[in-house]
Design a protein around this ligand. Structure first.
Ligand SMILES: [Zn+2]
Length: 128
C-alpha cells in the first residue's frame, strides 16, 4: 500500500466548486480514485478528481497519475456532438438557465450555439 494525494472538486453549489485534498492509502492510483469516489460526501456531488504521487507533486504542477471525470466534467472538457451538423462543440458559457444547469456550447464546425443540459448531456437546439 502506498499513500496517494487525491484532489477533488465538487459540483458547483450552486456557483462555486469546493476543492478538497485528501490522502488515501491504496494499491494503485486507480484504486485510490475508486476509494475517493466511494467515500466522497459533499452534498453537491463529485465533479472531478485527480490522483497525485504526493501533495508536493500537486503543488509543483506535475501531471496527475490518473483522474476521473463526472459526466458533467466530461461534457465541459470534451464537448458534445452538434445536433445540426454532427461536429464537436466547445463550452462557451457555463451555468446558465434555471438552476444554473444549462451550459451554452458553440459548434466548432457550423458555429451554431447549442444548449446542453449538464445533468444529462442532452442538447436542446440552437434557440438560446
Ligand atoms: Zn454544428
Amino acid at each position: 500500500m502506498k499513500e496517494f494525494c487525491v484532489v477533488t472538486n465538487s459540483n458547483a453549489a450552486p456557483f462555486f466548486s469546493d476543492m478538497d485534498m485528501t490522502f488515501i492509502r491504496a494499491e494503485s492510483p486507480e484504486d485510490a480514485a475508486n476509494k475517493a469516489r466511494r467515500d466522497y460526501k459533499h452534498p453537491a456531488g463529485l465533479y472531478a478528481l485527480a490522483v497525485y504521487q504526493s501533495s508536493d507533486a500537486y503543488h509543483k504542477g506535475q501531471k496527475s497519475l490518473t483522474r476521473w471525470l463526472s459526466k458533467r466534467a466530461d461534457i465541459r472538457m470534451n464537448g458534445v456532438k452538434c445536433p445540426h451538423c454532427g461536429g464537436k462543440t466547445a463550452l462557451s458559457e457555463a451555468n446558465t438557465g434555471r438552476n444554473g444547469i444549462i451550459d451554452i456550447h458553440v459548434c466548432k464546425k457550423c458555429k451554431r450555439k447549442v444548449k446542453v443540459d449538464m445533468l444529462t448531456g442532452v442538447t436542446m437546439g440552437s434557440r438560446v
